[in-house]
Design a binder for this molecule. Structure first.
Ligand code: SAH
Length: 289
C-alpha cells in the first residue's frame, strides 16, 4: 500500500466508522460511501473493503480487488452534495457559494430558509452558521423532509441549530428579528411581505429562481413593499479548465444555466421616503485612491 503516511499531531483524526468518504480513481471518477465495518464499496476500478479504509489518514491511496489504486478522502461538502440522493433540483455548488457571500451569511446568524428540498443549500448554510447560529427551514412535502433529513444526518449528524417546519411558507414566516431569509421555491414574491416583517432592519433576503420571469415578479414585489433597497440580480457563470500537458483549455462542456440570485436589504425607513437607488456591485461606490 505504498510508503506509510505519518499523521502529525495537528492532523484531523483518521477516517472512522460512520463517516462519509469519497473514493477517486485516476480518471477522476467518484464513489461516495459511508464507512461501516464489514462492508465493501464497489468502484469503477474494483471493490474496496471498508475495513481497509477505517483507520486510514484522509488522502490515503488504497488498492482495490483488481489491484488498481484509488484515493480515499473526506468529501468536500460540494462533493457530498453532488453525490447524495436528491428528490428535487439543488442549489448547485457554484450558486450556493455565492449565496453564502452575497447574502453575507455569518456564524451565529438567525436564518429562515424555504424550501428544504434535498437539503443541499441547508448543508452549506448550517456549516457557515456554526454552533451558535439558528436555521429554521420551511418545507411542505413530508416525503422530501425525510429524504433531506437523511442527507443532513449522514454528513453532519442532526444539528441542534436546525428546526424543520412542515409548513407552507406562503402562509407566513413565524420567526422574527431574522438576519437572513433565503428562498428557493417557485413563487418567492409571495414570501416578500412576511419576509419584510420577519427580517430585522438591515437583514438580507435572497431568492434563487431558475426563470427570469420569476426574477421580475420578485423584484417587483420587493419594490412595491417599500421595505427593501439595494435590490440586485445576478447569475453565476462557472467555467472549469483542463490543464494536462499541452492541453490547456476550457472544458468542452459547461452547465449552461442553473438559476438567478435576487438579493435585497430590509431597510428601516420606507424606500420611497429616501429614493434609494438599487445598488449593483462596483456601481455608485467611491473607492478611495
Ligand atoms: N434548495 C433546495 C432545493 C429546493 S426545491 C436544495 O438545494 O436542495 C424547492 C422546495 O420548495 C421543494 O422541496 C418544495 O416542496 C418546496 N416548496 C414549494 N413551495 C413551498 C411552500 N409554499 N412552502 C414551503 N416549501 C415549499
Amino acid at each position: 500500500m505504498g510508503a506509510p503516511v505519518t499523521v502529525s499531531p495537528g492532523s484531523p483524526p483518521l477516517l472512522s466508522e460512520g463517516e462519509p468518504v469519497l473514493l477517486l480513481d485516476r480518471q477522476g471518477r467518484r464513489t461516495l460511501a459511508t464507512l461501516r465495518a464489514g462492508r465493501t464499496v464497489h468502484t469503477h476500478r474494483g471493490a474496496v473493503r471498508h475495513d481497509d479504509l477505517i483507520g486510514q489518514p484522509d488522502g490515503a491511496v488504497v488498492r482495490t480487488s483488481r489491484g488498481d489504486r484509488v484515493i480515499v478522502t473526506r468529501p468536500r461538502l460540494m462533493d457530498y452534495v453532488l453525490e447524495m440522493p436528491r428528490t428535487t433540483s439543488l442549489v448547485y455548488p457554484k450558486d450556493a457559494a455565492f449565496v453564502l457571500l452575497w447574502a453575507d451569511v455569518f456564524p451565529g446568524a438567525r436564518v429562515v430558509e424555504a424550501g428544504l428540498g434535498s437539503g443541499a443549500l441547508t448543508l452549506a448554510l448550517l456549516r457557515v452558521l456554526g454552533p451558535h447560529g439558528s436555521l429554521v427551514c420551511y418545507e411542505i412535502r413530508p416525503d422530501f423532509i425525510a429524504r433531506a433529513q437523511a442527507n443532513l444526518e449522514r454528513f453532519f449528524g442532526y444539528p441542534p441549530t436546525l428546526l424543520i417546519r412542515e409548513r407552507d411558507v406562503y402562509q407566513g414566516i413565524l420567526e422574527r428579528d431574522l438576519d437572513r431569509v433565503i428562498l428557493d421555491l417557485p413563487e418567492p414574491w409571495r414570501v416578500v411581505p412576511s419576509a419584510a416583517t420577519a427580517l430585522r432592519s438591515g437583514g438580507i433576503l435572497c431568492a434563487y429562481t431558475p426563470s427570469i420571469v420569476q426574477v421580475q415578479q420578485t423584484v417587483e414585489a420587493l419594490r412595491q413593499s417599500g421595505a427593501f433597497a439595494a435590490i440586485e440580480t445576478l447569475e453565476v457563470l462557472y467555467r472549469p479548465w483542463v490543464v494536462r500537458g499541452d492541453v490547456v483549455r476550457p472544458e468542452q462542456q459547461m452547465i449552461g444555466h442553473t438559476g438567478f440570485l435576487t438579493l435585497a436589504r430590509r431597510i428601516a425607513t420606507p424606500a420611497d421616503a429616501l429614493e434609494v437607488p438599487d445598488l449593483a456591485p462596483g456601481e455608485d461606490v467611491d473607492v478611495p485612491g
